[in-house]
Design a protein around this ligand. Structure first.
Ligand SMILES: [Cu+2]
Length: 150
């Protein structure tokens, strides 16, 4: 059995306490994609327009960021035939995506997300030197929560 690589989620309470006084909700999250993890500087934001600034720190691979709405744990998403997450399976809804881009570059977008539990994943599968690399299974997944607005 593989060991689970689970990041310790930050407490949403800390974030909410640090929020400015504007009551429009949303906010910004910085996301780092790398081999093999996804890290965010906040793990929760209030509902509204959420700006994702995404950096691919590689060092080698192209990565993407798919926003999956699900109540399942980040490492328990349904797997398809090729080992990647089956985005059409029950229990998961792929709501938004930042398409794959090269290591060393930045991408980003602003999405309006409803309150709920999400998992950010890279769902790429590729092969290098004969080794199949399923990015999700190698650890590219992290939980993200959108809380009910102010
Ligand atoms: Cu990836």
């Amino acid at each position: 059995m593989r060991p689970l690589l689970l990041g310790a989620p930050l407490l949403a309470v800390i974030l909410l306490a640090a929020c400015s006084s504007d009551d429009e909700g949303g906010g910004k999250v910085n996301v780092v994609l790398r081999e093999w993890a996804i890290d965010t500087d906040v793990s929760s934001l209030p509902e509204g327009d959420i700006e994702f600034e995404v950096k691919n720190e590689g060092p080698d691979e192209d990565h993407e960021m798919v926003i999956i709405r699900t109540d399942l744990a980040p490492d328990k998403l349904p797997i398809g035939a090729d080992g990647s997450v089956d985005e059409k399976a029950g229990g998961v809804t792929a709501v938004k995506e930042i398409q794959e881009f090269e290591a060393g570059r930045k991408s980003g977008a602003t999405f309006t997300l409803d309150p709920g539990k999400y998992v950010l994943i890279c769902n790429r599968v590729d092969e290098r030197d004969g080794e199949k690399m399923v990015h999700y299974q190698k650890g590219m997944r992290t939980a993200f929560t959108v809380t009910a607005g102010p």
